[in-house]
Design a protein around this ligand. Structure first.
Ligand SMILES: [Zn+2]
Length: 194
């Protein structure tokens, strides 16, 4: 099954799970729960700044941050990165125990703490696994309006607020059990762990 990234590089989707044969986005209720959650989450992430830039510059200088182009981790525990800062995440993941948090919503927090404590990848530490990818070739993410309309079309009766789905209200208290990740193949959504 072909894997594709949508909107941001990092999270991968099975093409057949989210697109019709005509390369149109499927109605949301035909998309399995896990990719649907990521897709909806992506809508709220595509315009966000890189986390490492943000930790450097802060809210007051958010205009100096690069826009994120890469996403790793679980929905609501993800890490957003610009290409310049991707090596920090890969270094942390491979060399500093970051891979232990794969599959957990703690993933993002643990990485942010590591960066905030002044850590970083050594000079010249580079990522090579994406050189053959063409970021401009990523399918565009359908805009929020489009997804909102689909949500309303596809679910009779109860209306679902896309912002709620995307977690804008924040539900950090929500706990996930180990079982939630049992059947998830994480290998495609994190850096390779060589
Ligand atoms: Zn950055």
């Amino acid at each position: 099954m072909a894997k594709v990234s949508v909107g941001l590089r990092g999270w991968r989707f099975d093409e057949e799970e989210i697109f019709t044969d005509d390369e149109e986005l499927k109605p949301l209720d035909e998309i399995p729960e896990e990719p649907r959650e990521r897709l909806v989450r992506l809508v709220s992430l595509v315009e966000e700044p890189c986390d490492v830039c943000y930790l450097e510059h802060g809210e007051d200088e958010v205009h100096r941050c690069n826009q994120a182009e890469i996403v790793y981790g679980e929905p609501k525990g993800e890490v957003l990165l610009c290409p310049e800062h991707e090596p920090e995440l890969i270094y942390w993941f491979r060399e500093e125990g970051g891979s232990e948090h794969a599959g957990s919503r703690e993933f993002g927090d643990r990485f942010h703490e590591w960066v905030a404590a002044g850590n970083g990848a050594p000079e010249g530490y580079g990522s090579v696994e994406h050189v053959d990818e063409d970021p401009d070739g990523l399918p565009d993410l359908p805009d929020q309006q489009d997804i909102q309309e689909r949500v309303e079309q596809d679910f009779d009766g109860d209306r679902i607020d896309i912002l709620e789905l995307a977690g804008k209200d924040g539900d950090e208290e929500e706990k996930l059990s180990e079982d939630d990740f049992e059947d998830v193949d994480l290998s495609t959504d994190y850096p390779s762990n060589r």
